[in-house]
Design a protein around this ligand. Structure first.
Ligand code: ADP
Ligand code: MG
Length: 203
């Protein structure tokens, strides 16, 4: 699944660059692509005994290779959800929802952004909430991921209305209205790709 997510992130490089150039320093596409190319290499090269190790590998690789604010934040998303968890060799929706709830808490603690600050949190929080709600309803992992992807999409669209409180975009003031946040778009691509992979709907 994460190998496919990585490929979709790599393929989105130019698209993300265009977005981040408008309201950031324009490096978001390059850093995500760089990080996820390395993720693919690591996933190919290593043997994994648990799902926890896969999450850890993805997060650590992003942290080590991307640099910048987003390296830490995207690294946090993958690493922090599995800290202290029993090793899992199988995962269902409730397991996945639990991991991403913990990631959300860690991401907000580290970055200090809340919904409405025009960051990746605007896409990640609704996706994590959707996963948990779907799990509470006893739905399947594939259905839960579909719903998370839909909410992440709505969240990244919502960033267009928001003023930025963080990063380079903050200094652009009112002129960022109408433009989406690059990190939120990346979060959407991640959930969309997980959902596509689970639902056998890959390109
Ligand atoms: P950098 O900011 O180091 O240039 P990127 O351009 O790769 O890193 O990523 C910028 C993205 O990181 C933004 O679009 C935003 O979604 C996210 N981001 C930046 N600061 C924060 C923060 N404090 N909390 C949450 N997300 C943030
Ligand atoms: Mg940037």
């Amino acid at each position: 699944m994460f190998y496919y997510v990585a490929q979709q992130m790599i393929d989105a490089e130019d698209y993300l660059t265009v977005i981040d150039k408008k309201i950031g320093d324009g490096d978001h596409g390059t850093s995500m692509s760089l990080g996820f190319k390395e993720v693919q290499k690591e996933l190919n090269a290593k043997q994994f005994d648990s799902i926890n190790e896969v999450f850890h590998c993805v997060g650590m690789t992003l942290l080590d290779t991307m640099g910048g604010a987003s390296g830490v934040l995207f690294g946090t998303v993958f690493i922090s959800g599995i800290i202290g968890l029993e090793p899992l060799t199988e995962i269902d929706l409730s397991g996945m929802a639990g991991i991403f709830q913990r990631s959300l808490t860690a991401l907000k603690k580290r970055g200090k952004a809340q919904i409405g600050d025009k960051t990746m949190v605007d896409a990640f929080e609704p996706a994590a909430v959707a996963l948990q709600q779907a799990a509470n309803q006893g739905l399947s992992l594939s259905e839960g991921l579909k719903r998370a992807a839909k909410q992440a999409e709505t969240g990244k669209e919502y960033t267009k209305q928001c003023m930025a409180k963080f990063g380079r975009a903050k200094s652009f003031g009112q002129s960022v209205i109408g433009l989406e946040d690059a990190g939120a778009v990346s979060v959407w691509i991640i959930f969309r790709s997980m959902a596509a992979w689970m639902n056998d709907d890959t390109e």
